[in-house]
Write a protein that binds this ligand. Structure first.
Ligand SMILES: [Zn+2]
Length: 387
């Protein structure tokens, strides 16, 4: 192992990106396999039927209402419309949040613009729009460690205005902790051609501080596409879509874009008949597997909900002591604490706990740690901080 690789591994572990070898995950495959061609086709037809979704049009407002109703039908409740002005017209971004259990305040963002220009935008960006819908549908009842935001941006076609508004008015003021942004724009392919490759896009622009991390997640995205779809992948660079506003803010971005590029973009001929919906479906399957990977979908997190229903760990940040509150009698529990490099810094077994256990953390240096609480093999990870 070369020294620069060790340094790279250290730096990536500091920012919380695992460089561990990725393995095929049967659970993630089950989630991805839930994607349905007919659901993709139906949603795409409905999107197209609204007409030209230019900013300020009735068509784009109808599309927004339609998107909202879809998410509600999938069981999502945290649905926010964000209104702003673009080229003198009122328009809206739509933001759907799914809460993660271990890192509820860290977000995997998946985004696609839903406005179109000069045409109905079947490929640009009906394809990305229905991708988000299908991914959200499959993930609706899947427990994840990280929170997910599905964001439908408006006013992309007139200068990335919707995503810029979101970065300026939500990401920056809230100091939002974003694990990564996956942008999906034009994954339609070309009818009659062999559409068997999807381009995974990494950040090569300025600022350059986030480029290495973008490279890591883009390679991970490509690996997931390989695991969970029939497609080949190609790595290229990100440009000219909503992820750029996040990239300019220093966020870690990646993206999906068709290999065979439509000649009908921004024309009345950007219609379903000119694209390859089987290709769209395969890209969505791969992207769903990738989302399960990035958000750390884990079946065990659901059984956690009963065992750890009353769990509370406090105070955070902790000073010399931290209390693990169970809210019930626990026969046997193991509490471990790991530093940001994954090194075990605390590991103790306790039995016959009444309600809570207070742990001495005096010896821990200040910083961020992960506490793992293991009751009969069911584990819960909790991010903690020591002052
Ligand atoms: Zn587009």
């Amino acid at each position: 192992m070369k020294l620069h690789y060790l340094i790279f591994m250290y730096l990536t572990s500091l920012i919380g990106i695992s460089t561990q070898a990725q393995t095929y995950n049967a659970y993630h495959n089950t989630i991805a396999s839930g994607c349905s061609q007919s659901s993709v086709d139906t949603n795409l037809q409905e999107y197209v039927n609204f007409g030209i979704k230019s900013v300020g049009s009735t068509a784009i407002q109808n599309s927004l209402d339609w998107l909202k109703a879809k998410y509600q039908s999938y069981g999502y409740t945290d649905i926010v419309e964000q209104e702003f002005t673009a080229s003198g017209q009122q328009t809206k971004n739509l933001i759907i949040t799914k809460q993660g259990s271990t890192y509820p305040n860290t977000y995997v963002i998946v985004d696609a613009h839903y406005d179109s220009i000069n045409g109905v935008g079947a490929n640009d960006n009906g394809s990305g729009t229905v991708a988000l819908l299908e991914m959200a549908k499959q993930m609706a009842n899947i427990p994840t460690a990280y929170s997910i935001k599905f964001i439908h941006f408006s006013a992309e076609e007139i200068g990335l205005i919707g995503s810029q508004y979101y970065v300026d008015n939500t990401v920056i003021p809230q100091n939002m902790d974003i694990k990564l942004v996956l942008n999906i724009d034009e994954i339609g392919g070309i009818n009659g051609q062999t559409n068997d490759t999807i381009v995974c896009e990494r950040d090569t622009g300025n600022p350059s501080s986030n480029n290495a991390q973008s490279s890591v997640v883009t390679n991970q995205l490509a690996t997931c596409i390989g695991f969970y779809s029939t497609l080949n992948t190609e790595i290229s660079y990100a440009y000219s879509s909503d992820y750029m506003t996040f990239e300019n803010n220093g966020e870690i971005i990646t993206g999906l874009f068709e290999k065979n590029q439509t000649p009908y973009r921004h024309t009345p001929n950007d219609i379903i008949a000119n694209m390859d919906t089987v290709y769209v479906y395969e890209v969505i399957k791969g992207a769903t597997g990738a989302l399960a990977f990035f958000a750390e979908a884990d079946q065990a997190l659901s059984t956690n909900s009963e065992v750890f229903s009353n769990l509370d760990v406090y105070p955070i940040p902790a000073d010399k002591k931290i209390t693990v509150y169970f809210g019930k009698t626990v026969n046997e529990v193991r509490v471990s604490i790991f530093d940001i490099n994954g090194k075990t810094v605390f590991n103790k077994f306790y039995s016959n706990i009444e309600n809570s256990k207070t742990i001495n953390t005096e010896k821990l240096q200040s910083g961020i740690y992960v506490m793992t609480i293991d009751i009969d093999g069911i584990k819960k990870n909790q991010k903690i901080q020591i002052k």
